[in-house]
Design a protein around this ligand. Structure first.
Ligand SMILES: Cc1ncc(COP(=O)(O)O)c(C=O)c1O
Length: 366
């Protein structure tokens, strides 16, 4: 149905819808790909900000080697679109999921994260029965204190245990420096990231010294890759959200040289006071908790409150000309939790609708 809207002007479309400025997103993708290439790193962008194979394929066309996913169901969606090199940056636990890993190995080349032998053994058993060999990625705790095995000896011992098992083999090690993204002092941020990456690289060196192959050392997110990519020994980066370059990354993580490409097309539905306007898009349409949305292109309009179905703007100056029925754009503060609220992205070239992409990974939690 929505495909019949293609070619329409934005002003003709009903609200709220989730929009991508395709020119800006494509420029962001090219800039990220070039940035990694110039630093001799591979790019394996996390797909959690878009969950959409059409966008992942654009990233791969620009130079990405594959994708990073959070769940086996995300990986299945990406594999269904023909993407083979898929990191599942999460632990896979449970009989059914382990079977799905083994099945996925038949039509893609996943790499599954682990931080304990108890996750590894069932995957190896399922893969042996299926007659496949699955790549594993050891996640090391480099300070985030989320998942992740202790660096050093514990990491080496897990690598050695994997090496002895049939049905799996070691593809790499990773760590995520998510605890260091919003350090305001950029020298301190660089120093702390260097230290965290040093811990990861040191564990990698121990594995290599023991004679076990371990080709990949993976890290980095949008809030850190512009620093992490300078770290020696890191082979690839998982930064994904930079393609939308949300206000959160720009203001709290000091992301540079990328522009916001995501917006929500909304309508002014009420003007209860001269200095107040109400939009038809609340937190069921966009996620304001980490960073309030910005109003695009209207000086003097600021989002001050967001409830379930309403968004409140405070207006000063010329912004007070806004009228009931006007359609405007807001830039969501954080893309990941906004994307999952929508069925589709509406991709615009200038003001014309060029494509509608169903968000195929939406609802894929397993
Ligand atoms: C394992 C992992 N890698 C990478 C990222 C970075 O993703 P993004 O670049 O979209 O911020 C995250 C973010 O939560 C993550 O959990």
């Amino acid at each position: 149905m929505t495909q019949s809207l293609i070619g329409a002007q934005k002003q003709e479309l009903d609200t709220p819808i989730l929009c991508i400025d395709l020119d800006v997103m494509e420029t962001n993708i090219d800039k990220m790909a070039t940035f990694m290439k110039e630093r001799g790193k591979q790019w394996r962008p996390h797909q959690k900000c878009h969950k959409t194979p059409a966008i992942a394929l654009k990233q791969i066309k620009a130079g990405a080697i594959g994708v990073t996913c959070a769940k086996i169901s995300d990986a299945e969606v990406m594999a269904g679109a023909g993407i083979e090199d898929i990191l599942v940056a999460n632990m896979i636990v449970g009989e059914r999921k382990v079977q799905r890993v083994a099945s996925l190995c038949r039509w893609a080349n996943p790499m599954i994260c682990c931080d304990h032998y108890a996750q590894v053994e069932p995957i190896a058993a399922a893969c042996r029965s299926a007659g496949v060999n699955c790549r594993l990625m050891i996640e090391v705790n480099i300070g985030l204190d989320r998942v992740g095995i202790n660096p050093g000896r514990d990491t080496l011992e897990l690598a050695q245990a994997i090496d002895k098992l049939e049905g799996v083999y070691l593809g790499g090690i990773m760590g995520y420096e998510g605890h260091l993204l919003d350090i305001p002092d950029q020298d301190e941020k660089r120093q702390k990231i260097n230290e965290a990456m040093g811990v990861l690289v040191d564990s990698h060196e121990k594995i290599i010294a023991s004679g076990i192959e371990c080709p990949v050392v993976s890290a980095g997110g949008t809030g850190s890759y512009q620093i992490t990519s300078d770290c020696p020994g890191i082979t690839e980066l998982q930064a994904g959200g930079g393609i939308f370059a949300d206000p959160l990354y720009q203001t709290q993580c000091m992301l540079k040289n990328l522009d916001c490409s995501l917006s929500v097309w909304v309508t002014v539905v009420s003007r209860p006071a001269k200095e107040r306007a109400i939009l038809d898009a609340g937190r069921k349409t966009h996620f304001p908790d980490f960073h309030m949305p910005l109003v695009k292109g209207i000086e003097g309009a600021e989002v001050t409150a967001v409830s379930a179905e309403h968004c409140t703007l405070e207006l000063t100056g010329a912004a007070q000309d806004l009228q009931i029925g006007d359609r405007i754009e807001i830039i969501p503060g954080y893309a990941d939790f906004t994307t999952v609220l929508h069925e589709a992205f509406y991709g615009f070239r200038g003001d014309r609708l060029e494509t509608v992409w169903p968000i195929l990974g939406r609802g894929k939690f397993q």
